[in-house]
Design a protein around this ligand. Structure first.
Ligand SMILES: NC(=O)C1=CN([C@@H]2O[C@H](COP(=O)(O)OP(=O)(O)OC[C@H]3O[C@@H](n4cnc5c(N)ncnc54)[C@H](O)[C@@H]3O)[C@@H](O)[C@H]2O)C=CC1
Ligand code: BAL
Ligand code: NA
Length: 504
């Protein structure tokens, strides 16, 4: 497949089904992390635009609008969006790559997931029609009760930059399937493909206001969305500190939130793995895929001491073989991290690890052959102590730290030695042991003999400080539905609680 060249389309805010200039007319630069060049601009929304978008969303939910559509009608729009995304797959993948830095083929596979996700939620929207009124059996004949599932209302969706259009889709597709009207605030570091979703919604004739897209800074556009009194729910994926701010602001209005806040996930490798190369590859993929910027990255390798030396030797050979290049180059397997800020943050975490006494077994620097761009070599760190920052803090870059263990108990203790609880992986031939680890891991996701594969049908989310709530699958739809109990008195007899006055 030829990789198309693309310029960043010039867009405005997508509000009420049309492109609108932000009230304050501000714009933010778009930087290609592979070249450090400004390649375009995005509009910078502020509280004024948030208010306009929220009003448009509320109108869309009005009597004859988006809010009164059937699931089957909404499914048609979701399928039309999926078809358009598929049609534009090569262009969207290029836009994702030049905005985010991920290898083009990874971006293209994200776009495939976007298509599948919209189609999946189209099916769930359709199925909702037969499930949105269900009877609840009571112990009395004088009452009848039904439970209705109805759209929750206007929802605010705040997304990160690591899988820009895919994280947008994880929220937009179920929100629209449920019949909510949404205001999306993508990350200012990678908003381009989310804006293109606005164009797609316009092309397929999505009813105005059903989806509004506000690009801009977190404190200028995200924060007023969270504290807007007419927004019924916030779904957020991003950093822990921002998650805390969002939960605090939402609490003032008793606004429900779902939070997906990243992690420091373990991958435990036992010496009974049948094939060392297969295990090494999953270990690399678990941490270095998406340029290492994955919330669920298994960035702590916990390896049985009996094979540690042999495993690390092989891991090094595989790591040296990873092609680091401009992400538009074919076969690129590691591109730059998203921004100068992220580049500096990752290098600082590596240098702190060194200062704290860890060994940089491989990498830790800019690759010599790339003079520009936010590139960092895939990095493996050993001699790690559990008190070190590199063991405890999310890096969000291609950095793997390693510790050895002797016993199963020690491995479990190390795996759970984190404030986070998103993912966890175990590689072992012994499936009984895998089962024991599955139960022992304090996480929302467990991978057995792999790490990172992520499908749209199962639930996704964490525990501990990785947040709460589940995205994907049918679980995500529930996030966007109000469960309404409707109880009807069906007896002809009086209720007879009060003493009846004398007859008229
Ligand atoms: N869990 C995950 O998937 C992600 C984790 N991260 C971690 O977060 C670190 C910082 O990256 P950032 O891009 O600064 O993450 P961030 O959490 O600040 O940004 C995520 C989203 O929240 C918005 N936001 C920021 N402040 C806000 C506020 N006060 N109210 C409402 N919305 C707000 C941003 O504009 C963006 O759309 C990274 O170094 C990485 O460690 C970053 C992106 C994704
Ligand atoms: N595929 C993982 C999605 C995330 O990092 O949020
Ligand atoms: Na960018």
């Amino acid at each position: 497949m030829a990789i198309p060249n693309m310029q960043i389309p010039s867009r405005q805010l997508f509000i009420d089904g049309e492109w609108r200039e932000p009230v304050k007319k501000n714009r933010l630069p778009v930087i290609n992390p592979a070249t450090e060049e400004i390649i375009g601009y995005i509009p910078a929304a502020t509280a004024e635009d948030v208010d306009i978008a929220v009003k448009a969303a509320r109108r869309a939910l009005g009597r004859n609008g988006w809010g009164s559509t059937t699931g089957a009608q909404r499914a048609k729009f979701l399928r039309a969006i999926a078809a358009k995304v598929l049609e534009k797959r090569p262009e969207l993948a290029t836009l994702e790559t030049i905005d985010n830095g991920k290898p083009w083929f990874e971006a293209a596979s994200d776009i495939d997931d976007v298509v599948a996700c919209f189609e999946y939620y189209a099916d769930l929207a359709e199925a909702l029609d037969s499930k949105n009124k269900t009877e609840v059996k009571l112990h009395l004949d004088s009452f009848k009760t039904h439970v209705y599932k109805e759209p929750l209302g206007v929802v605010g969706l705040i997304t990160p930059w690591n899988y820009p259009l895919l994280m947008t889709t994880w929220k937009v597709a179920p929100a629209l399937a449920a019949g909510c009207a949404a205001v999306l605030k993508p990350s200012e570091l990678a908003s381009i493909t989310s804006l293109e979703l606005g164009e797609i919604c316009r092309e397929v004739g999505l009813p105005p206001g059903a989806l509004n897209i506000l690009t801009g800074l977190g404190h200028e556009a995200g924060s007023p969305l969270v504290s807007h009194p007419d927004v019924d729910k916030i779904a957020f994926t991003g950093s822990g500190p921002t998650g805390i701010k969002i939960m605090t602001a939402a609490a003032q209005l008793v606004k429900p939130v779902t939070l997906e806040l990243g992690g420091k996930s373990p991958i435990v490798v036992f010496d009974d793995i049948p094939n060392i190369d297969i295990a090494v590859e999953w270990t690399l993929f678990g941490c270095f895929w998406t340029n290492g910027q994955i919330c669920s990255a298994t960035s702590r390798l916990i390896i049985q001491d009996t094979i540690a030396s042999q495993f690390l030797d092989r891991l090094l050979e595989w790591t040296k073989n990873i092609k680091i290049s401009d992400p538009l180059e074919e076969d690129c397997k590691l591109g730059p991290v998203i921004s100068r800020g992220q580049y500096e943050k990752v290098l600082k975490l590596i240098s702190t690890a060194k200062n704290e006494g860890a060994t940089i077994l491989y990498g830790g620097e800019r690759p010599q052959h790339l003079k520009k761009g936010y590139y960092i070599q895939p990095t493996i760190i050993t001699d790690v102590d559990t008190s070190m920052e590199i063991w405890k803090e999310e890096v969000f870059g291609p950095v793997l730290c390693v510790k050895t263990f002797k016993t199963e108990e020690e491995a479990i203790e190390l795996a759970n030695d984190t404030k986070y609880g998103l993912g966890a992986a175990i590689l072992s031939k012994d499936l009984d042991r895998c089962e024991r680890f599955t139960k022992a891991f304090q996480s929302g996701i467990v991978w057995i003999n792999c790490s990172q594969p992520c499908f749209w049908q199962p639930p996704w989310g964490g525990k501990k400080r990785s947040g709460f709530g589940r995205e994907l699958g049918e679980w995500s739809l529930e996030n966007y539905l109000n469960i309404k109990q409707v109880t009807q008195y069906v007896s002809d007899e009086p209720w007879a609680f009060y003493k009846s006055p004398s007859k008229l």
